[in-house]
Write a protein that binds this ligand. Structure first.
Ligand SMILES: *Cc1c(COP(=O)(O)O)cnc(C)c1O
Length: 384
């Protein structure tokens, strides 16, 4: 029929802008271990993002695991069930017990009003996620953490370049972590970073991502190997000059979707709250009763139109077999998260998406509305 439109497509800089960095790698012979391109990307990214101390990683999951290790977190960590599985997996790698707390029905981030009831003497930290790049209510979370002497870590995998009134949201919390994976707003093929508050912590993180090695004869702690390679850093350097244009194009698509959805009952995009600069990383909407199809119905229908949306984040982390047995995972304690996971849908959004692609998605979303309850007939006709 037509080309498939995926929920995202990695941004590739022009090849001729990438190759000079590759030639540089071949000239100087450094492939990894904090080489010159790695150093340049760390500096350039810190400046672009408006943060002081940033340590690059080979992926976002390793960055998050190392962030938890760097704070020596023990016992229980309060977190959200509405995220990508790497968030909770990182806690398990660090031998922490995830304690799920329900989400806010508007932001779909951790609900600060529900955190305190989950704190016990074993709680050591709050791990929030800026889901879809929409910031958590960080002031409320900080106040709770201060009252109870807890650390705050943000999985900011979605929040590259997002600002609020205080500046970069990445500069908040004790530590924040980024993913620079191919599917994220800014990519280094695979990649990640920890943003920290001071040079001593960055030094500690640099040791942890290099096996715990301090010097030739001193190995402090059992660190992992989280080092970003030079070829990954080359991708970041080639990509950085294009990032503003990429985010601007995402913003145009976001605006086009919002305008079109305004007169489509039952399809409600998430508002953009607590931010002064957005990155439009995702386009999440809630499928409500006023739409003729339920979430899985529209998801299946769009697939017949070669439009590959994603149900981020379904299934909920608390309902995965390895986490469902936790006392905090009981669906009766997480009613909002369970409801949202059944109604959420993310539409395609990426810098190379054409106006024609966007129109195709909008037209397809309108079809079931035109046909009212007779959508099943439409579906059969179209796929015949
Ligand atoms: C992508 C993602 C990660 C993991 O990042 P990788 O770079 O793929 O390891 C962690 N948390 C969230 C919320 C993510 O979306």
């Amino acid at each position: 029929m037509s080309d498939k439109i995926y929920v995202t497509k990695p941004f590739l800089p022009p090849l001729e802008e990438f190759l000079p960095y590759v030639e540089e790698i071949w000239r100087n012979g450094a492939l990894t271990n904090g080489g010159p391109l790695h150093q340049r990307l760390e500096m350039a990214l810190a400046e672009y993002l408006g943060v002081e101390h940033l340590a690059l990683f080979n992926n976002g999951t390793n960055a998050l695991i190392t962030a938890l290790q760097a704070l020596d977190l023990e016992g229980e960590v309060i977190t959200t069930p509405f995220s990508f599985v790497a968030t909770t997996n990182a806690l398990i790698w660090n031998k922490n017990t995830p304690v799920f707390v329900d989400i806010d029905p508007v932001t779909l981030n951790l609900d600060p009003a529900k955190i305190e009831a989950a704190i016990t003497p074993r709680t050591s930290a709050i791990l929030g996620v800026h889901c879809y790049g929409n910031p958590c209510q960080m002031e409320e979370i900080r106040a709770i953490a201060d009252r109870h002497g807890l650390h705050v870590v943000y999985d900011a995998a979605h929040a590259f370049g997002v600002h609020n009134e205080q500046g970069s949201v990445l500069a908040r919390g004790d530590l924040s972590t980024l993913s620079l994976h191919a599917t994220k707003v800014f990519n280094t093929f695979e990649g990640g970073a920890i943003i920290c508050r001071d040079a001593a912590m960055k030094q500690h993180i640099n040791e942890l991502k290099n096996f715990g090695i301090v010097d030739e004869t001193t190995i402090k702690v059992p660190g992992s190997n989280g080092k970003m390679s030079e070829i990954q850093a080359a991708m970041g350097l080639a990509q950085l000059p294009h990032i503003d244009a990429c985010i601007a194009r995402r913003g145009e698509i976001d605006a086009t979707y919002r305008a079109a959805l305004a007169d489509m009952p039952g399809l409600d995009p998430l508002p953009k709250l607590y931010q002064t600069r957005s990155n439009f990383a995702y386009f999440p909407l809630l499928v409500n009763e006023a739409y003729p199809l339920d979430r899985d119905g529209i998801y299946d229908f769009l697939r017949t139109q070669d439009i590959m949306t994603r149900r981020y984040f379904y299934p909920l982390l608390s309902n995965l077999p390895m986490y469902a047995g936790l006392p905090s995972a009981d669906p009766s304690r997480l009613p909002i998260a369970n409801d949202m996971a059944a109604r959420i849908l993310c539409l395609p959004i990426f810098p190379d998406m054409t106006d024609g692609d966007v129109e195709r998605v909008i037209t397809a979303l309108r079809l079931p509305l035109r046909q009212g309850q007779h959508w099943q007939g439409v579906l059969e006709k179209l796929s015949a």
